[in-house]
Design a protein around this ligand. Sequence first.
Ligand code: ADE
Length: 279
Amino acid sequence: MLTLKQGKRIEMGKKLSALLLICVMLAVFVCGCTPKSEGSKEYTGIISAMDNEIAILLKEAKIDRVDTIAGVEYHVGRLNGQPVIISRAGIGKVRAASGITAMLTRYPISEVIFTGIAGGVGDETQVLDEVIATRLVEHDYGILSNDGFEWRSGDPGNGGEEGIYYECDPELIKFAYDAAVEVVGEDHVFKGTIATGDQFVANSEYVEKLRKDHDAYACEMEGAAVAVVCIEYETPFVVLRALSDKADGKARDSYENLGDIAADNSSHIVIKMLEYLKK
Ligand code: ADE
């Protein structure tokens, strides 16, 4: 027979168990709804502008689920053994900035790799060579007056410097470079400045300017935007670009014919690079 005290203790125990169960259920619910609360798991964020730039990655990856945020898909899974979030954010600086901001604010990301294609600017580079960015620049940010264009990137109206370059993470540069050498061979890998602007460049004179003004090796449309956001969110980043064209009068044809091959080259380098980042 139970005494009154024992009965009360059992009653209290039941209440505590119920409370504990509610807490556990609440925690599970919150974790399920908010990607950011995925334990201490950290992902490598991989972002591109176009579908062909992540096609191989999605084929090789084991994707657990796809989240859609503001119309952009974020593929959550593992690639070459590494936890990854893979996303195609769209073409141009605005879409790139929006996509990377969503990624960095919704998921625990330890580093960001931008993968894709570019127009070659350096004299020494050939189509299908790989360029690893050491720094990025917004080549189209500035003042257009009657005297011409004056480069003034760096948000000067808000106290920023007048013309700045965004530096990639030195360790990620090294990993990307070593991986690229393994995949395409040393003669086809270059490190240097990548120039970003909201236009497809197909103009030899402008190529000359990008080389002269910024010592650029390649031009594309997203890298510096991703760089700005990664710097704001204190997340290390690097940009990898295979050259689909030489940004000259023949650029559009070359881009059409070689874009997919170039995109795959960068993707294979990303897969190799993940081996250096194994968690
Ligand atoms: N992406 C690939 N080729 C390009 C070019 N010529 N200009 C800008 N972005 C590019």
